[in-house]
Design a protein around this ligand. Structure first.
Ligand code: 16G
Ligand code: MG
Length: 734
């Protein structure tokens, strides 16, 4: 009996004794064994000794050739997937490829057989150029759920066959949970798999699950994508298809997976080609998926969304008469603080972090050019982007990118784009994989180190949230839907106290969530019909619930019907307009315009995940609609409290445990009490300063503890920060 057969028998015996029959067979046995074999056979191909040493030891251990065991570094599933030095990433990429293939093939929770796709993005986002990483995308185009994190971490760090099998068992349990624990369906699925080469949908149409691959502009990306594809192929060519989308932003890859699912859903909902035979229909479906998941579809959706957004505004500006004057007045007065008398919006200089964002923005501009050439649509001249810091300009994120700009509160400074080139411009900055965005400006030339901060103005995630949320509140109000739709903002503990106060003052509901896109996204989704969220670092978007999107679409149809009936009645009466009639038409026009604006907003937003490209289009559109609101006016909506953020290195950061969305800590015992004492101590500031706030949390991406302090003046921040740092060192060193 071969060793692998023995393994299967042993495992099945163990499982039977655990009465764990549901899980058996989610991943076909042949693929499982091949995966384990390849992981174990993985030799020291990369420069690191990630697994090679352990395998050697396993093989040698019967020969009693005692070798000193070299400890492998445990690579955690961080806040957003795996990240480490690129030389240690090969085995992780391989295993993540296999994980993604299984997710595509087996994990769909609804219409299991129809919406099958998943994604792998090879990126280390804002990290150093020598790092790389993997982000995993689930069948809906979202970040792979938290329930998989433990299993993924165990799988990627397992060093023996037993550890790999155990981790695969946990992984299968997560898949079964996703399937809704439907034992019958799982079994039926397994039977199908053994009798057919591909997955068949109910109507007999062959729809193979697909794994989409993409990478940022890092040099190591191409190699690691190949590794990940190898991992996916272990599941078998007949079980998953592989589509490599090359160099793309992270949000683009999320969009492809989302669009795949939507295309399939729509195909069956509309019963497309239902007269045709199943071969023709299969071809139709494949084509539909190809078109929907092509990058052209992504860019066109966003560009057309933006053009529709500003279209309403253009019409309004060019039109004349009472109706539009009244409309303008209504719009102007609805939300305090969103007005402007400016006449033009200067070009936006975008720092692309020497990364993939540069390539993607170039493609977006080409789409605008093509629209202009084809249809002579002058509106596309309404966006002027000056792209800076592309992949050829230097190592990704080095002295540039949104993380550098936001954390250091200064403009990028690279070999090809000096800080000077950003002075007196309207500027924005994205990160290495283009899912973060911040706006900034430097008002005057900087001469001395210390003066740079004075001239530097930052509109971070908080200010993006405010602009977007207030704009949407206004549109919902104008559309007459304010009483039907709840809108609020989700944020993290890092949001400035001035931001939360401003929201409170203006009656905008907020919820605080733990750091990390997945947490804030969830909070926005669960608490509001329209949930706007941005982390201060610039990750974010606005989420429209399905019900809200349907409501807006229905209202739009109803409104158009009402208006055409009104027009007919008018024509019939053929009477000259009275004042009451003209008022009615004003209200109808306002409502219609707002509904169209909301529809355009939905189209501009990447529905899968926060996306710096769609956020730029949205913000630029809103600023234009707001009468070309200047940067300084947006920035001055409220004034941030001074803050201080530092890192403290301790022996084990995980001894700190937090609660209250990380604003307080429960462990180590006594630390929170000490922080509270520091905050109330008269030696740091007067007790009347109610804005003082401080918290500590272990980083999810670095081996450090983060300290955050906020107070009404910078000096107090410094004092509190030093004392909190000392407390962290004292309480965490044992
Ligand atoms: C990752 C997260 C980001 C979070 C940051 C916190 C994603 C896509 N990215 O970059 O949301 O703010 O980690 O880092 O989820 P920290 O735990 O080191 O403070
Ligand atoms: Mg990023």
């Amino acid at each position: 009996m071969g060793s692998s057969q023995r393994e299967v028998q042993q495992r099945q015996k163990a499982k039977a004794s655990r009465d764990d029959v549901v899980v058996v067979g989610v991943i076909p046995e042949d693929a499982r064994l091949e995966f384990v074999r390849l992981c174990c056979a993985e030799k020291n191909t990369a420069k690191s000794n990630f697994f090679g040493k352990e395998k050697e030891e396993e093989a040698n251990h019967t020969k009693k050739k005692k070798k000193k065991k070299k400890k492998k570094t445990w690579i955690p599933y961080g806040t957003a997937g795996f990240r480490c030095d690129e030389t240690a990433m090969d085995p992780i990429a391989f295993r993540c490829g296999f994980i993604a293939a299984c997710v595509a093939a087996f994990s769909s929770k609804s219409s299991r057989k129809r919406t099958r796709a998943s994604g792998v993005v090879v990126t280390a986002s804002h990290n150093h150029a020598k790092d790389n990483g993997v982000k995993l995308v689930d069948g809906e185009g979202n970040v792979l759920g938290e329930r998989y994190e433990g299993a993924c971490e165990a799988l990627c760090n397992a060093t023996t066959a037993k550890e790999l099998h155990d981790a695969l068992d946990t992984f299968e349990e997560a898949i079964v949970e996703d399937q809704g624990n439907n034992v019958a369906e799982v079994k039926e699925e397994e039977e199908e798999r053994t009798t057919t080469t591909t997955t068949n949908d109910d109507s007999g149409i062959v729809v193979a699950p697909v794994v989409y691959f993409g990478r940022d502009a890092r040099e190591s990306g191409a190699r690691l994508v190949e590794k990940a594809k190898e991992g996916a192929k272990v599941l078998g060519n007949n079980r998953v298809e592989i589509r490599d989308r090359g160099v793309v932003t992270t949000p683009m890859l999320h969009y492809f997976v989302y669009a795949h699912g939507k295309a399939v859903e729509e195909f069956f909902a509309k019963e497309e080609g239902k007269e045709e035979d199943k071969c023709v229909r299969t071809e139709m479906l494949r084509k539909k998926i190809d078109v929907a998941t092509h990058e052209a579809a992504y860019f066109e959706r966003a560009a057309v969304g933006y053009l529709s957004l500003i279209e309403e505004d253009e019409e309004e500006k060019s039109a004349d008469g009472n109706a539009n004057t009244t409309l303008n007045n209504i719009r102007k007065n609805v939300v305090e603080g969103l007005r402007s008398n400016a006449t033009g919006l200067p070009p936006l200089h975008i720092d692309c972090a020497n990364g993939v964002g540069f390539v993607a923005f170039e493609k977006l501009l080409a789409v605008f050019d093509a629209i202009r050439e084809k249809s002579g649509d002058k509106r596309s001249e309404q966006i002027e982007l000056v792209l800076k810091n592309g992949p050829k300009d230097g190592p990704v994120n080095l002295n540039c990118g949104s993380d550098f700009v936001q954390k250091n509160q200064r403009a990028p400074d690279t070999a090809t784009c000096s800080r000077q080139s950003f002075v007196n411009q309207r500027c924005a900055s994205v990160d290495g994989d283009c899912d973060r965005l911040v706006y900034f400006s430097i008002e005057e030339e900087e001469e001395e180190e210390n003066s740079s901060k004075k001239n530097f103005l930052l509109c971070d995630g908080d200010k993006l949230s405010i602009l977007l949320a207030f704009f949407l509140i206004e549109q919902i109000f104008l559309a007459g839907l304010a009483h039907k739709i709840s809108l609020g903002i989700a944020h993290t503990a890092y949001s400035n106290g001035a931001f939360t106060k401003f929201c409170e003052k203006n009656g905008v509901e907020t919820v605080c969530a733990k750091t990390g896109v997945k947490n804030v996204h969830k909070a926005a989704e669960e608490n509001f019909d329209i949930g706007v969220y941005f982390e201060s670092n610039g990750h974010g978007t606005a989420l429209f619930s399905k019900k809200t999107v349907e409501m807006i679409e229905k209202e739009l149809v109803d409104e158009l019907t009402r208006m055409s009936l009104e027009q007919e009645r008018k024509n019939r009466r053929n009477a000259s307009s009275s004042s009451s009639k003209s008022l009615q038409s004003v209200i109808l026009t306002t409502k219609l315009k707002a509904l169209l604006t909301l529809k355009a907003t939905i189209q501009t937003i990447n529905p899968a995940i926060g996306d710096a490209i769609s956020s730029v289009l949205l913000i630029e559109g809103i600023l234009r609609i707001k009468g070309n609101m200047p940067f300084a006016e947006w920035h001055a909506m409220y004034r941030d409290l001074p803050t201080k953020q530092t890192k403290v290195k301790v022996k084990d950061r995980t001894v700190i445990e937090c609660f209250d969305s990380e604003r307080k800590c429960s462990k180590p015992e006594g630390l929170q009490k000490r922080i509270d004492e520091i905050l109330s101590s008269s030696s740091v500031s007067s007790s009347t300063d109610s804005s003082k706030r401080a918290f500590v949390r272990p980083s999810g991406t670095e081996d450090i503890v983060r300290v955050y302090v906020e107070a009404s003046d910078a000096e107090t921040c410094e004092k509190i920060c030093t004392k909190v740092e000392e407390a962290v060192v004292e309480f965490c060193s044992f």
